[in-house]
Design a protein around this ligand. Structure first.
Ligand SMILES: Cc1cc2nc3c(=O)[nH]c(=O)nc-3n(C[C@H](O)[C@H](O)[C@H](O)COP(=O)(O)O)c2cc1C
Length: 560
């Protein structure tokens, strides 16, 4: 694909459509991507999908926090696998996609969730495909996860024959989880750029599911070789009772969850009969009374669908090297996961120690950390450009973390030639982390992040740099989605790592794309910054009241 392509044409090569959408939805200092420019409160989408008429199976709330220590999440063989039953499935969702709190300000209240979402708009929906299981159903079926109730809506019953076909080649006790996205939830506020945010949110939710699986001693792996039409069919999203006009719910990913430590090989998935033989229940609720169409999203989502001939394989194995250890985290995995929040601002003071900083970074290097990277069944393409503001004994400045060292030369070739590429003294050998240029970047980091103070006032902030042209030209237009998913997975790990370090973080979707590239000396689209992030000491908004997520749930003790 030609560098710097800006063509935006629904009839073109899908890779050009994706690249064109990307160009078109960049924010610039003097011009933001097309959006409504104001909040139309009359059409604000309902945050909770429900299938009216479908039976709701109430999941359970843990009676106490029985989850293992936070650090064990990253050691796949350290946690005894739990049997798959209603208690473990309840925990799986409680620690991945459930509500985490209600917030109240004056007469308004809104729910927060375990998985974060751009603007708290939550476009991501979760599904479960499960065999017959006591306490849930006597027959295999498809369920939609309802976070407000912490329940499973029974969306379809499948025949035993269909289920055997679905799970053939997989270990007994396998179940499947799926994610979909509703673009309208995000485009209502963010307009054309919303497609990107929906993809980030999918990545966050995927990581949340992988980490909740780890907490139960389970493995989770994404199944890539499933065309979107088939996943759509399996989830019933092509049915009239699932789709509301202008509120398209699009399939994102399917993953197998296996309650064993053993490495799972991908089995083929043959789904055609399952949906046709299924008995379906319920109809999707309407989210808004009226809508504004965003044609750019319709076009890019069409271009980036996985077609039947799309293949993506990776021979990458996560966690071969040694993660950098830090003093053990004294908190449970469950408390860290459920206390995760976005900082509304950073205090401009709190530092992080150098050693802790390196340990945090090592958890986003797939070669050093098995979880959640063993779920990511696609090639690693993203690196971090870091603005170090307050890391003890580390010179402030611009740094880079090369998450896949085999791409070091490509990245180096794309960045400013005058960068020094020095390994800081004290940086562990295993960590591919380099100083590019020393200096105070606080003002710069805030400026390029749409003037958001929190990007300059944390201990560090960063931009996630995708090997963009190469990924699209090698793996095709669907890879555009996977690049954003990868950044969401990185974000989710950093969110948790910040909590474990007594800090807080915030995902930053609003940044001036090419201003970031200019700092780094990127003059083409070889590498593109897709997502920003800030980690530091938070400033609380004391006007907000915290309320429990569920009236009947145990109050999981926060770590700080
Ligand atoms: C993809 C993404 C982009 C985000 N962008 C911003 C941003 O630019 N500025 C900001 O202050 N918060 C941003 N956030 C934080 C969200 O507003 C926050 O996740 C949401 O309000 C839910 O709150 P919680 O994270 O505390 O659950 C972003 C979050 C995500 C996942």
């Amino acid at each position: 694909m030609a560098k710097g392509q800006t063509k935006f044409d629904g009839g073109a090569d899908p890779r050009l459509v994706a690249a064109g959408y990307h160009q078109r939805t960049k924010h610039h200092y003097d011009r933001y991507a097309n959006s409504p420019g104001h909040m139309d409160w009359g059409t604000q989408p309902e945050p909770f999908r429900r299938f009216i008429g479908a039976e709701m199976i109430q999941l359970r709330f843990p009676e106490s926090d029985q989850t293992p220590s936070y650090d064990l999440l990253y050691e796949p063989s350290a946690i005894e696998p739990q049997p798959v039953n209603i208690d473990s499935l309840s925990a799986f969702y409680f620690y991945s996609m459930a509500l985490s709190a209600w917030k109240q300000y004056g007469a308004s209240s809104w729910a927060l969730r375990v998985n974060p979402s751009s603007g708290n708009l939550h476009p991501t929906e979760g599904y479960l495909l499960l065999g017959a299981l006591e306490g849930i159903a006597a027959a295999p079926g498809l369920y939609h996860y309802a976070p407000k109730e912490h329940g499973l809506e029974h969306r379809a019953r499948f025949t035993d024959r269909s289920w055997s076909q679905l799970m053939s080649g997989w270990p007994a006790n396998v179940f499947f989880v799926a994610l979909s996205t509703i673009f309208w939830r995000e485009s209502w506020k963010y307009g054309e750029r919303a497609y990107r945010y929906c993809q980030h949110d999918t990545g966050h939710a995927l990581a949340a599911l992988r980490l909740a699986a780890a907490l139960l001693g389970w493995r989770l792996v994404v199944i890539n070789d499933l065309p979107d039409t088939q996943l759509e069919k399996l989830l019933g999203l092509d049915r009239d009772d699932a789709q509301r006009e202008h509120e398209q719910e699009s399939p994102q990913l399917l993953a197998a969850v296996v309650p064993y430590h053993d490495l799972v090989k991908h089995g083929a998935i043959d789904i055609l009969d399952a949906a046709d033989d299924g008995q379906w229940f319920g109809a999707a609720n309407q989210l808004s009374p009226d809508h504004r169409a965003w044609q750019a999203i319709d076009v890019v989502q069409q271009a980036c669908r996985r077609q039947s001939n799309w293949q993506l394989t990776t021979d990458f194995t996560a966690g071969i090297g040694q993660a950098i250890s830090y003093e053990p985290c004294p908190y449970s995995a469950g408390s860290i996961i459920r206390q995760r929040r976005s900082a509304l601002d950073m205090d401009g003071q709190t530092p992080v120690t150098q050693h802790r900083f390196y340990a945090m970074l090592s958890r986003v290097v797939p070669g050093l950390c098995p979880v959640p990277w063993d779920a990511v069944a696609w090639p690693i393409c993203t690196h971090l450009g870091l603005f170090v503001h307050r890391v003890t004994d580390l010179t402030a400045g611009l740094y880079v973390l090369v998450r896949d060292p085999s791409q070091l030369d490509a990245l180096r070739g794309a960045l400013r030639s005058e960068f020094v590429w020095q390994k800081p003294p004290g940086c562990p050998e295993a960590l591919p982390f380099y100083l590019l240029a020393a200096g105070d970047c606080q003002g710069l980091a805030a400026r390029i992040s749409c003037h958001q103070h929190l990007a300059g006032a944390g201990a560090f902030s960063l931009g996630m740099l995708a090997n963009f042209d190469d990924a699209l030209s090698r793996y095709g237009a669907p890879m555009y989605r996977y690049l954003f998913w990868e950044t969401g997975v990185i974000g989710q790990v950093l969110y948790l790592e910040a909590e474990a370090a007594g800090l807080r973080s915030t995902g930053i979707g609003c940044f001036f794309d090419d201003a970031v590239h200019e700092i780094l000396g990127i003059t083409d689209t070889s590498f593109q910054s897709l997502y920003h992030f800030s980690v530091g000491g938070p400033v609380e908004d004391r006007r907000l009241t915290n309320l429990p997520a569920y009236r009947n749930s145990v109050n999981v003790t926060p770590a700080s």
